[in-house]
Ligand binder design. Sequence first.
Ligand code: GAL
Length: 646
Amino acid sequence: MPELYYGGDYNPEQWSPEVWAEDMALMRRAGVNLATVGVFSWSSLEPEPGRYEFDWLDQVLDLLHGNGIRVNLATPTASPPPWFSLAHPDALPVTADGVRLLHGSRDTYCVCAPAYREAALGIARTLGERYGDHPALAMWHVHNEYGSTCYCDHVAGSFRTWLQRKYGDLAALNTAWLTAFWSQGYSAWEQVFPPRRTQYLPNPSQTLDFRRFLSDELLDAFREQRDVLRELSPGIPITTNFVFGGWVPVDHWRWSDEVDLVAIDHYPDSAGIEAEQQTAFGADLARAWGKGRWLLMEQAASGLHDHGRVQAKEPGRMTRNSLSHVARGSSGALFFQWRASRGGAERFHSGMVPHAGADSRAFEEIVEFGELLPKLAEADAAKVDAEVAILWDAESWWATDGPGLPSSEIDYLAAVRAAHRQLWNLGVGTDFAHPTSDLSAYKVVIVPSLYLVSDEAAEAVNRYAEGGGQLLVTSLSGIADANAQIRLGGYPGAFRELLGIRVEEFLPVGGTIELNNGAVGEGWSERVRLDGAEAVARYQGGTLDGLPAITRYRNAWYLSTWLRDPAYESLVEQVVRAAGVEPSGLPRGVEVITRTAGDSQYRFVLNHTTDEVSLPYGGLDLVRGETADKVSVAPGGWVVLRESVR
Ligand code: GAL
């Protein structure tokens, strides 16, 4: 990759050719080098079945090419045109309640409908044939944010086929789903359905398998397009943009092996310092999926969603957010979208060119960032340093994303974010890892609320602990097996022995619960029995008075409550220090990300605070071109240094 990518979704079909001309001039001014074109352009490309209008796209690609801007060409299959819905009503998605949705928004398709699959492949092939050797083509962007769910009869049929492949016979399915509970035993495959709306609580194993099935089915749909495009334009990388959310039935670990480049869209759901913590979280996760190489495909140039309000990013924040991604390995920073739309559902979504136009503070910052980004390209090959890993698994999220759990407050994402946040606060570089992976390279592994643990994952974690690395397991880990059935004999079933404890009962808490070391937990507590481990802290007051809350057995720690932040941070600090990992010691809100390549170490320092900070870091300031042995970073500022570590 010669340079870091800079640009975003470009939707010229919403604008006149006069605006295109201005776009080219502004893109050049901003240093844009990649435009994602065509994401939702199906009805502009094929306004009637089989009648194509390519003139506009021909012109746009040529214009971009003429201006030195490369193209990330999308297949428009996330939004079939209205004519398609009417011609194939069976390809419209059906909700769990049986309501068939109509076009009028986006993503109104059923991935299992043969007509949809055929049409999607058809338009991908047509684009591949026409543009596969266009000189501007840098990358294919298949579809947009795979994640749609449908419960129709096509889906029921495909789900049954998937289940037949997985279980072989109904007896195995009945066992895996424990259908003896509530008389759900199946005696013919036709009786099995997607988890449509039912009278009361659904079967959790069925719901989980449905998510797994959808992930596989969507992946098949991706692969079909990918294979055709690969054949028509060999050597051009093919990706799709991963989106992140509890509703998304995509197992990103598995998908990551199928794309040429992992790409994510990232929109934090909070505007405060949490947005920075979430930015780091998403970027660390993407780096793990991409095995070090990935691209930020979308972020907002300005608006941060904050509980019903969209907050403009304050000056400098777009730059710091972008740098936070680049520091963590993204090969550039792209946005949704180039120019803020003047109509349509997302008319108030920010753009690199805001409604106010180029004569605006926001666009000035876009131009300034475009000037600095190329100066960081040499760091792209450097490996992000991390001695700590957090285990992440979509299946644990899916398995806890439903009713029937001991507390409605159980929140896998929040638990993983909380663990990551402590490390972020401490300034400790963090990777994510799949539970079955080889963890031996890490000095510390944190296992937050890993509810569902396959035998293979249990073995991997046990092996890691035996190897002597520090391990911190938090409540609700190791509870269920791969079928989402409870591991008996005491929680946390899969990790009981390595932790030297046995949890007899869960005791969700309405408010807070105190520990004898001054820490406060909330929402959750457990009756923990020591079985070799020692108590690091005990509950204080209430039924659990004097019983263990935090335990340690050699190198394996267990946390049985949802510790509030300052106390959680102290615990994580204790664990990382036990492994010889040093926190950065920087003031809260000042983050440093280090990367190493050969004898060069890169240090990205981002100051999210309102105070200037002076740091003892030296080296060459890659952007300003000066060498120093210490740096001052302005409030809201940043610096990227290269130092020789020989
Ligand atoms: C993404 C999506 C974009 C746009 C953006 C802003 O998830 O891919 O098309 O909708 O969000 O909301």
